[in-house]
Design a binder for this molecule. Structure first.
Ligand code: FES
Length: 143
């Protein structure tokens, strides 16, 4: 189990029953999201779209792939998701660009959460959206 919540800023919840923790890295990626698509890209090689059963939010990602090396050369995304989904996908985009399709599929939601310095327990599912949307895009590319 990750033990990464103890050293982060404590943001009290409105009902006082649960503490919410957002690391500096989460805040940085939320306020300055990397590789965000201003609009749906038209020149990418594949697209993946998923919805979260936990909250109903959606994630759409696009990838460009070098067909000779099977390397992801660009990754853009848009979401109707929360701050945790935005931060997770932003940091995931940095982890994924430059990886081969095989390497990219090995990136796990746990690694994404670790790269963010943790997420509040109720927000872990938000990190799965980026992972699942990437897998959908890779599947779409390999069709
Ligand atoms: Fe829906 Fe985070 S609560 S993606």
């Amino acid at each position: 189990m990750l033990n990464i919540l103890s050293n982060m800023a404590d943001v009290g919840s409105h009902n006082g029953e649960e503490n919410w923790f957002y690391s500096d890295t989460v805040q940085d990626h939320f306020f300055n999201p990397r590789n965000l698509a201003a609009e749906d890209p038209t020149s990418f090689d594949a697209m993946g779209e998923v919805g979260s059963p936990a909250c109903g939010d959606k994630m759409k990602v696009w990838i460009k792939v070098d067909s000779e090396t099977d390397t992801i050369t660009d990754f853009k995304w848009r979401t109707f998701g929360c701050a945790s989904a935005i931060a997770s996908t932003s940091v995931a985009s940095e982890m994924i660009i430059g990886k081969t399709l095989e390497e990219a599929q090995k990136v796990t939601p746990r690694e994404i959460v670790e790269a963010l310095g943790g997420l509040p327990p109720r927000k872990i599912h938000c990190s799965v959206l980026a992972d699942q949307a990437l897998r959908a895009a890779i599947k779409n590319y390999q069709k």
